[in-house]
Design a protein. Sequence first.
Length: 228
Amino acid sequence: MFKNTGNTSSKKTREISLKTVFTYIFGALFLIFFLFSGVVTIKAGQLVIGVLYFILAVLVLVPHHHLRVTKTLKFVIFVVLFFVLAYFSGRSTPPVAQKYEYFALGEIFNIAFGNNTFSMVVREAKHDAKISISGKEVTTSGYFIIVTGDIVNLGSEAVDFKFSVTPELKDKQDRRYTLYGTGLAVGKLQPGVAKEVSYVFEIPKDATGLEFIVSDKTDVAKSVDLKR
């Protein structure tokens, strides 16, 4: 007869609990987030914050009992530290400088809004100390600049035209002037048909080096030198 030693039956199959699975998943996600954030911040010139992200990535691999905290507390600490570093990273990120394309009066340029593309040309910029609005004369201690140009729908269907960002004026002292009023023919822009448009700005008398700024869905704004 063979003697049953019981070794086989005494061995218990070790099962991985759902909690352990989630622990590994969250740990992997934190590791990826910290490494990715470290690379991005270092490329952005934030070396110290990038190194701190890498240190947190290393700490993810350290067992929680070596850090003398529970698993839950460890993840809470990582979440808090991640948002703290993200906050300081955002505060120290320099603003992106606006890019421009430069044009002179009479030069045609394209602007894009949504799925529609238009061409625009600024023909002239006149100044006056008074303008008429709804039959009433309006005066100013400075000047009213009336910028006049044409808009052409480059698409194949009639569409409504509206700037997503209102045009503005900028002078030599980098002062910016918002739109005072506008005039555009009522109705849709038919394909290939030029429509005259005018924009009115109120500026001080000492404003020189004026540029008409148009922004569209691209990252590059269009700047037209008004020769004033």
